[in-house]
Design a binder for this molecule. Structure first.
Ligand code: PHE
Length: 339
């Protein structure tokens, strides 16, 4: 008998109640109408008379133990049920942190969208470039004074390697590799050894464009740039081309767009001129075509290049170029795509 009591005591203690089903099994086994304690009570009559009282007390103790364990778990489960009942479904949900796009990526993609509509493809190339594609092939042979215009980072390991100073290097690669006609834009990061300040950085971003076919003229260039400016800055935008110099284009021009911030009334951003300078352009120099094995007697083309950091600064009224590369999410989180 004593052994039985010990055994049942162990069963009660070790019974794991993890859920409602287990609790019900526990109740049936130890507290239900056919529980095993009842068998013990019915066996008391077989116990020696002087021990009956003690045995009876032990069985009663088992009964209370089982009842207490049951009550404890019951109240636990009740509490949990109450918790579930008290959830307020009208409360707003937790904020899910969503990523946002970098302002330069937004501008980059918007440029691509505008040019894709008129049949331009997108070409990419390496940021570590060789001298031929960044300079010599583009009519900038060694010792050419215009190389100084682009303070270059060279790679120590190989004097022929450098960090590209413009994405015209990709245009050179496309001209060498692709069949004509070519209509492509080349977005990407470029590097120049400039002191870092609010208005200059040692790297920035360009979208350049190239169009080569038979009978491409300066009028085509002008119309393409006007189309771009009106698509991107608004349909009343005007453009202005000022004569300039680039070794890879002849003739060459700087491109301005009418100031979208003050409608040419004059403001701080356009320094009261009514115009914003956004890039360079020109007709591809015949020497460059020859370098890419394209016959300049048969083909002609135009090229242009915009710096998109400046345009993103104008668009979003950002006053410090360094913010673009500091990776502060409080800054980056603010931008939405649309002009
Ligand atoms: N590559 C020039 C620059 O980085 C821009 C440009 C491109 C000018 C194409 C003319 C034609 O400054």
């Amino acid at each position: 008998m004593e052994n039985k009591i010990k055994e049942i005591n162990r069963l009660i203690e070790e019974f794991k109640i993890e859920n409602k089903e287990a609790l019900e099994k526990f109740r049936i086994q130890f507290l239900g109408s056919k529980n095993i304690l009842k068998d013990l009570f019915s066996e008391i009559k077989n116990v020696a008379a002087e021990k009956r009282k003690e045995v009876g007390q032990s069985i009663n103790a088992l009964k209370s133990k089982a009842q207490n364990k049951f009550d404890d778990f019951m109240s636990d489960i009740d509490e949990k049920d109450n918790e579930i009942d008290s959830i307020d479904l009208s409360l707003p949900g937790d904020n899910v942190l969503l990523g946002s796009r970098h302002p330069l990526s937004i501008v980059n993609e918007e440029f691509i969208e505008v040019f894709e509509k008129i049949g331009f493809t997108v070409s990419e190339g390496p940021e570590v470039e060789d001298d031929w594609h960044n300079f010599t092939g583009l009519n900038l042979p060694e010792e050419h004074p215009a190389r100084d215009m682009q303070d270059t980072f060279f790679i120590e390991k190989n004097p022929d390697w450098l960090l590209r100073t413009h994405t015209s290097s990709v245009q050179m690669r496309v001209m060498e590799a692709q069949e004509l006609p070519i209509r492509t834009i080349t977005p990407g990061r470029v590097y120049r050894n400039e002191a870092i300040s609010a208005r200059a950085h040692c790297f920035f971003h360009q979208v350049e464009g190239l169009y080569i076919d038979k009978n491409v003229s300066f009028a085509d260039l002008k119309q393409t740039l006007l189309y771009f400016a009106q698509q991107y800055f608004g349909k009343n935008t005007k453009i202005r081309l000022r004569p300039s110099y680039f070794p890879f284009t002849e003739p060459s021009a700087e491109m301005d767009v009418s100031c979208t911030l003050c409608n040419q009334k004059g403001c701080k951003v356009c320094k009261n001129t009514g115009w914003l300078e956004i890039g360079g352009c020109g007709m591809v120099d015949p020497n460059v075509l020859k370098n890419a094995n394209i016959d300049p007697e048969e083909y002609s083309g135009f090229a242009f290049g915009f710096g998109i950091d400046r345009i993103a600064m104008l668009k979003y009224e950002i006053n410090d170029l360094r913010l673009f590369s500091e990776n502060d999410v409080r800054f980056i989180d603010q931008f939405k795509a649309s002009w």
